[in-house]
Design a protein around this ligand. Structure first.
Ligand SMILES: Cc1cc2nc3c(=O)[nH]c(=O)nc-3n(C[C@H](O)[C@H](O)[C@H](O)COP(=O)(O)OP(=O)(O)OC[C@H]3O[C@@H](n4cnc5c(N)ncnc54)[C@H](O)[C@@H]3O)c2cc1C
Length: 350
């Protein structure tokens, strides 16, 4: 059982910044995210796009903003459960919560901050019979550890950046890479398309277009696939099948936690602290709704900051917290590090 002060669901910019604000109040955080990496929409949808409305940054690449946020919270040593979706919640007699993921990891905390954005990003699965059976037995929708594919026969399906980039990367790792796409044209960065073209010519990637995978075969694990190309079906032996058809956001299991939901978002009290109708559960960032709500990164940062003040009261009942500027208090990391402005020196001037 993972224990923490604030359990944050969602490692987007809102969830990450909440770790920093909580750290200033000496509250420990643990974050769950369905994706294998932190950053939410910024990492998953637009890492290379510049953002122009982050205060103090005339422009910053979304991926760089995530790196900066990760850097900023490092000394507060947050825990991460990545690649797992928060599935169920249980309220204990003392008002604290146990959240369990789809992989069975249990987390216990007195405060839950849902920073789930548009919802958990779920992979778009191809409609193939028995695909669920082959998951973790050769079929995967994310590549967490490329070494798994070393010297293996891999089939990737998809026509976007992920399919192109991973085909290029695995061409040097796997024994065989086959890229299958239902069109001849790919929708990705030009240099990636050109690189795949070049690797195809070198015989390092087998390109099969326009084609679709129509069936999966294997007794205990994936052993082969059927590929339909121009109405003709071929049989291809393979150890791994990685369909990369993008991700679809879903509020998902959180919708069944007894929270007040309006238009696929969680209703919160914006007059105070972004608490939901369940005491101890807050919703911050894109996932919440209230009159005048704007789905912007800076709004998520603000909501995370106010949420932490109330979380402090729940974790430390009866204790008063006096807000201090970081320029005055400095930042004391949980790792023993300390950041502070240089102290004034008392020295006579002759
Ligand atoms: C193309 C594009 C451009 C944008 N440009 C700007 C811009 O210029 N300026 C701006 O301010 N905003 C912009 N936005 C909006 C901005 O990205 C969002 O406001 C921001 O990402 C919200 O952050 P968040 O942390 O609340 O949620 P998200 O970034 O959506 O992160 C939520 C995370 O929660 C996870 N999650 C959800 N449910 C679960 C669950 N049950 N279990 C585990 N994990 C879960 C998801 O996997 C996800 O990683 C843009 C958005 C897009 C798509």
């Amino acid at each position: 059982m993972i224990k923490t002060d604030i359990l944050i669901i969602g490692a987007g910019p809102t969830g990450l910044f909440a770790v920093f604000e909580a750290g200033l109040l000496k509250l420990k955080c643990h974050i769950i995210d369905a994706l294998p990496q932190p950053g939410g929409q910024l990492s998953e949808i637009y890492p290379k796009k510049p953002i122009y409305d982050i205060p103090g940054f005339p422009d910053v690449l979304a991926g760089d903003l995530v790196d900066n946020l990760m850097n900023q919270i490092k000394s507060f040593e947050p825990g991460f459960t990545l690649g797992e979706r928060a599935e169920t919640i249980e309220t204990l007699d003392d008002g604290s919560f146990i959240v369990t993921t789809n992989k069975g990891t249990r987390h216990h905390a007195p405060v839950i901050a849902i920073a789930g954005g548009l919802g958990s990003f779920e992979p778009r699965k191809p409609p193939l019979e028995n695909i669920d059976f082959y998951e973790d037995r050769g079929v995967a929708y994310f590549i967490k550890n490329p070494e798994v594919y070393r010297d293996q026969r891999v089939v990737i399906a998809g026509g976007g950046d992920s399919a192109l980039d991973w085909s290029i990367f695995l061409a040097d790792v796997a024994s065989e890479v086959t890229l299958v796409h239902r069109r001849n044209e790919f929708r990705g960065a030009l240099d990636s398309v050109e690189k795949v073209q070049e690797l195809k010519k070198l015989g390092k990637i087998n390109l099969v277009t326009p084609a679709e995978i129509t069936a999966l075969h294997g007794t205990d694990k994936l052993e082969a696939l059927s590929i339909n190309r121009n109405g003709e079906t071929a049989f291809l032996e393979a150890d791994h099948f990685i369909p990369l058809f993008g991700l679809a956001p879903k509020l998902g299991p959180i919708a069944d936690w007894g929270l007040e939901i309006e238009k696929n978002a969680i209703k919160v009290n914006n007059a105070l602290d972004y608490q939901t109708n369940i005491p101890g559960i807050f919703a911050i960032g894109d996932v919440n709704t209230y009159p005048g709500k704007l789905k912007l990164i800076l709004c998520g940062f603000h909501e995370a900051t106010l949420m932490c003040q109330s979380a402090y009261q729940i974790v430390n009942p009866g204790k008063k917290y006096v807000m201090k500027y970081t320029t005055v208090s400095g930042v004391d990391g949980f790792d023993g590090s300390r950041k502070e402005a240089p102290k004034a020196v008392i020295k006579a001037i002759e």
